[in-house]
Design a protein around this ligand. Structure first.
Ligand code: PGA
Length: 247
């Protein structure tokens, strides 16, 4: 089987106003012929405008979260179908900021992934250990457990990716060593193959957590790293493009 097509996705989190669309347009102008796919996941309210601004470019637009139900009395929430309706193609699910801040469990993330598939969105499912778990030698067990619990069987044969984001590396400037990243990514791949058979070799496994222009090339060329989920450095076109160009 050929290697998964890499994906570099920018996670803008709760950053960006309509004026930031110019940054997204600059990213689209600069991606050139990079060998992977590129996506930006803006705050939900910018999805529609960004999808329109980037239509006809190589840059896809994604959501940062979506509800597990298709519609209903969930004040403040957004369904996967709503994101798809305004032009999103992917959606980040189970980010640690949602797992920790909103008590999202593996079971909830799996239900969200099912909802994303129903809406035709490609899920980017996030997993990652805390610093305490890493120090206790539990990183591999935690991460592979999250992969087993957060990926529903319906993902078999569908387009999706897994993002390994050590909680302690997000927004901190700290990153695991390359061998540490490779160890976890290989364990995720083995788990995907165990769950989905040969189809488990297709999804790219992204690394996320303090990816910057200065460390992108080394991380992106590590074994079983199929792209990156980029937070802070995706907010500035020049930084994000430098990461894309490191592919
Ligand atoms: P960071 O965030 O690149 O700012 O560390 C990554 C993420 O949370 O997806």
């Amino acid at each position: 089987m050929t290697a998964p097509t890499p994906l570099i996705a920018g996670n803008w989190k709760m950053n960006g106003l309509s004026a930031s669309l110019a940054e997204a347009e600059a990213i689209a102008r600069g991606v050139g012929d990079c060998p992977g796919r590129v996506a930006i996941c803006p705050p939900a309210v910018l999805t529609h405008q960004m999808a329109e601004a980037l239509s006809g470019t190589r840059v896809l637009v994604g959501g940062q979260d979506a509800h597990w139900d298709d519609f209903g009395a969930f004040t403040g929430d957004i369904s996967a179908e709503m994101l798809a309706d305004v032009g999103a193609k992917l959606v980040i699910l189970g980010h640690s900021e949602r797992r920790e801040g909103y008590r999202e469990t593996d079971e909830i993330v799996a239900k969200k992934a099912q909802a994303a598939l129903r809406a035709g969105l490609e899920p980017i499912v996030c997993v990652g250990e805390t610093l305490a778990q890493r120090k206790a030698g539990e990183a591999l067990a935690v991460v592979t457990g999250q992969v087993r619990g957060s990926l529903p069987p319906e993902l078999a044969g569908q387009a999706f990716s897994v993002a390994y984001e050590p909680v302690w590396a997000i927004g901190t400037g700290l990153t695991p060593t390359t061998p540490e990243i490779e160890e976890v990514h290989r364990a995720i791949r083995a788990t995907l193959v165990e769950m989905f058979g040969e189809a488990g070799r297709a999804p790219p496994i992204l690394y996320g957590g303090s990816v910057k222009p200065g460390n992108a090339a080394e991380i992106l060329h590590a074994d079983e790293v199929g792209g990156a989920l980029v937070g802070g450095a995706s907010l500035k076109a020049a930084d994000f493009l430098a990461i894309v160009q490191a592919l």
